[in-house]
Design a protein around this ligand. Sequence first.
Ligand SMILES: NC(=O)CC[C@H](N)C(=O)O
Length: 459
Amino acid sequence: MNVDSLIKKAGGAAEIAQLTGVTTEAVRKWRQAGMIPTKHWPALLHVPGITLADLNETSEETSAMTHPTDDMPPKGATAVLVLADGTHFWGRGFGAFNDGAVGELCFSTGMTGYQETLTDPSFAGQIITFTFPHIGNVGTNGDDDEAPTMAALGLVVKEDVTAPASWRSVRPLQDWLVAHKRAGISGVDTRGITRLLRDKGPQNALLFHPKDGRFDLAALRKRAAEWPGLEGMDLVREVAQPARAWAKTTWHNTRPERAVKRRVVALDYGAKDNILRSLVAAGCDVHVLPGTATGEEILALKPEGVFLSNGPADPAATAVYAVPAIQAVMDADIPVFGICLGHQLLARALGGTTYKLDRGHRGANQPVKDLTTGRVEITSQNHGFAVDEKSLPDTVKVTHVSLFDGSNEGLASTVKEAFSVQYHPEASPGPTDSFYLFERFVAVMDRRAEARTTSKAGA
Ligand SMILES: NC(=O)CC[C@H](N)C(=O)O
C-alpha cells in the first residue's frame, strides 16, 4: 500500500495529522516523499485495515546515503556495493581497504552472534547483509570465532559501527576486520537490499572499499557481472583445515564426562568449531580430517562413527570427491551423521540430488518440524542449496521439514545407520533446541558397541 492509499484508508490528511500529532503540511510532505517516518507507525496501526506490512511498504531507510542510481559518489561515500545487474549502493567503508571483493550477496536475519556468523566458513564466496541494524556494538572477543579466518568476503550493515560496549570485548570490530583483511560498508539501505534479494533471489555483487577513494563504476559493474556465481563452485579446499585432534568442549558444558568416549572422525568441509565442541560434549573423541580425505584415509583411523561438517558453496561440486569417501564409510557399515553441507553430501551419497534455493535460509529463528515426533524446533540456519526430496530413493526417509517454505531439513537412511540435518544443531549463533541430534549420534555408536560386546560374549 502506498502513502496515498494509507491516507485514504485513515480518512484523509487531516485525520492522519490528528492521529499522529503532526500538521497537515507534514502529511503533505510524507505524500510527496512517498514515506511515513517510522516513529509515527504505532499511531497509524490503530486505524482498522492498516497493518505493519502496509507501513513497511512505504518505508525508506533514512540513513541510506543516496538514491542507488547516482553514479557520482555522494559526499561522505567511501565504499560502494555494486550488483551484477548494475544496481549500486553507496555507503561508508569500514574495516580493511580492498580491491573489490566479488561474491554472492546474501542476507542473514540473526540478531546476535555476528562474530560467529562472520567466521562461519560456510560463508566463503559470500557477502553478508545483516538485517539487524546494529552490528559491531559488542566488539569482538577471543572466544566467539568459529574458525581461525573470516571466510565471508565482507559485510553490509545499516548503522555505522560504534565503539564496543561489552565486558567480553577485547577488540573493536573495526580492528578485527582489518586483521582479517575484510571490508564492510555501512549507511546502506539494508531493508531495500533484503527485499531485492527476497524478490529476485541471490545476486552476485562486489563490495569495494578503495584506499584512494576513487570509483570506476563501469569497471566494477563489469567485474560483478563477470563473476560466475556459486553454482558449480567448490570452495571446501579453501577453508578445510588440515588433520588435527580436537579436545575442546562447549561453553558452560554441564554434561558429565563419559568414561567411554566414541571415536569419531569429523570430516572438515569448513567445519564450525562449535560442531566439534558439541561432539565432544555429547561424548565423542574427535579426530578431524580435511573434507578432501579419501575413504581409505578415514577408515585407517578406525572410527566408530563419521561426522560430515557444514561447508561453503555448491554440494554438487564438492560431491565429486566427497561422495566416494562417504560411500566407502557406509559400505564399511560405520554410522554417519551430517550437518548442512554434510547433509547435502550424504543425500547425494545415498542417491539423491541437490539444487539452489531461490531464497536461502540464514538466521537464528527458522522453524523446522521433526516429522518423527511432530515437535517443532527453532533452528539456526545458513544455506543456499537444498536436498531435492523427489530425488531421494525409497531407502531414504525425510525426517525434518522447513516450516518457512516446506523444503527438506533432514533425512535418514532406512538401510544404513546414516542421518543428517540441513540446519545447525550446534547453534553459534542461535537456539540449542536441536542438541539432541549429537546425543542421537552417540546413542547409535553406543548401541553398536554394545552389540559388539554381546556378540563377543556369545561367541
Ligand atoms: N552451512 C552450510 O554448510 C551451507 C551448505 C551449502 N554451502 C549451502 O549454501 O547450502
